[in-house]
Design a protein around this ligand. Structure first.
Ligand code: AMP
Length: 418
């Protein structure tokens, strides 16, 4: 136990973290260009927020939350997704009273007690955006464009964007009635979970992972068939803008998404070739959510993208850049006096913004040279007794295999210029 991490979690080690920093940096850059600012909310919230915000008939709330009583006997849940927390922060901090829309993004860990497998973890990371207070179809298109732009800049261009419309509450009542009619004769064949969802929220049956339920749902009526004229018009506009932006998409009437609060546009992005868990992101509009959480009636839309799966897709397609985080300079010293002089030169190099390191194990000159080679540093700065006498160092270009002696006072300038 002491040396084993909990199932479904991962350590991100030096050597791997550079890839994460690259992806996260790209997310921040794209968001800045699209006018989204970062928000950070707590990793845990009151359980009630997710029950209300994600929906009590969802898999997440029914089966997957990490919920516990804290020492004050409050029910606390590790966040299973980001939207509910951002909505809570929008309300608590009265961001609705400021200029609208509010456009934010977040990056961080989420927690779901799911069955771990390739691409599915119990702690995973999402990059997400949310826009509050804008209902124009241009925003639906912008949010999808941002996601696709982010993937494309990373080099993922072979993705499939699926879109659908889930309509408004009026369309939902129509589809609910039709779904109940459709499933009524086969009610006994549905899984126990879906039998209870039949009354509470029959749309969720379309999202069930059991193979029998999936089979039974094949010819079920879809929300897209039940849209009112306003929702139909909104969805057509969204598609028009997507076409104008030249972003290809697949109309997918089966798409319902795993969270209860979606209205209107819903979308999901698939990466072929990364295995059974092929969804690398998804999102949609949730015009009723902010009101359901006790706020003023406010339209909202957003997405969440899974960083582990994006990394998997980048690896599979050979699109991960070779990023090396190594010091530029390694100081090599022979003898105590040389160590002392090198140690203070090290501090000066770092103060000048030059990444540098040196031996801390009392290794021999030869072993230090070997280690510098292993590190793959660009330069070695060697100080021996002779150099010390002359107030100089030996500057070795490790790539070229050449070295020359320079005054110790010129090291920073010489390296700084390179
Ligand atoms: P969701 O919040 O369920 O809409 O998920 C959005 C994205 O997060 C998915 O498309 C996945 O890329 C990622 N994701 C969701 N659940 C997991 C998980 N258990 N492990 C890894 N990634 C996940």
């Amino acid at each position: 136990m002491l040396t084993t991490r909990p199932r479904g979690t991962a350590d991100i080690l030096p050597g791997q973290i550079e890839n994460w920093q690259y992806i996260e940096g790209m997310a921040a850059q794209v968001c800045r260009e699209y006018g989204y600012r970062e928000i950070r909310t707590p990793i845990f919230e009151h359980t009630e927020l997710f029950v209300r915000g994600v929906g009590d008939t969802t898999d997440i709330v029914e089966k997957e939350m990490y919920t516990f009583q804290d020492r004050g006997e409050r029910s606390i849940t590790l966040r299973p997704e980001g939207t509910a927390s951002v909505v809570r922060a929008y309300l608590e901090n009265k961001l609705y009273a400021g200029p609208q829309p509010v456009k934010v993004y977040y990056i961080g860990p989420m927690f779901r007690y799911d069955r771990p497998q390739a691409g599915r973890y119990r702690q995973f990371h999402q990059f997400g955006v949310e826009v509050f207070g804008a209902q124009q179809p241009t925003v639906d298109a912008e949010v999808m464009a941002l996601a696709m732009d982010f993937y494309a800049r990373l080099g993922l261009t072979n993705l499939e964007l699926h879109i659908n419309s889930l309509g408004c509450p009026t369309c939902r009542t129509t589809v609910r009635d039709k779904l109940q009619q459709y499933f009524q004769p086969m009610l006994g064949e549905l899984c126990p979970n879906c039998q209870s969802r039949y009354d509470r929220n029959p749309l969720r049956i379309l999202d069930c992972k059991s193979s029998r339920c999936t089979e039974l749902a094949l010819d079920a009526p879809t929300t897209a068939d039940c849209l009112c004229s306003d929702c139909q018009a909104h969805f057509e506009q969204v598609q028009l803008y997507m076409q104008d932006l030249g972003i290809p998409y697949v109309l997918d009437k089966q798409l319902v998404r795993g969270l209860d609060y979606y209205t209107h546009t819903a979308f999901e992005i698939m990466a072929p070739g990364i295995g059974a868990q092929s969804s690398v992101g998804g999102g949609g509009r949730y015009n009723g959510l902010i009101e359901a959480c006790g706020g003023p009636s406010t339209p909202g839309i957003g997405f969440a993208l899974g960083l582990e799966r994006i990394l998997l897709a980048l690896e599979k397609s050979g699109k991960l850049p070779q990023i090396q985080a190594r010091p530029l300079v390694y100081l090599i010293a022979a003898g105590d006096r040389a160590v002392r002089s090198s140690f203070s030169l090290l501090a000066r190099l770092r103060a000048a913004g030059i990444a540098a390191d040196m031996d801390y194990q009392g290794r021999s000159l030869k072993a230090q040279m070997k280690y510098a080679g292993k590190l793959g540093v660009r330069y070695a700065v060697i100080t021996g007794e002779d150099e010390l006498q002359r107030g100089s160092v030996m500057l070795r270009d490790m790539n070229a295999g050449e070295q020359r002696e320079i005054p110790v006072g010129e090291v920073i300038n010489t390296l700084g210029n390179r």
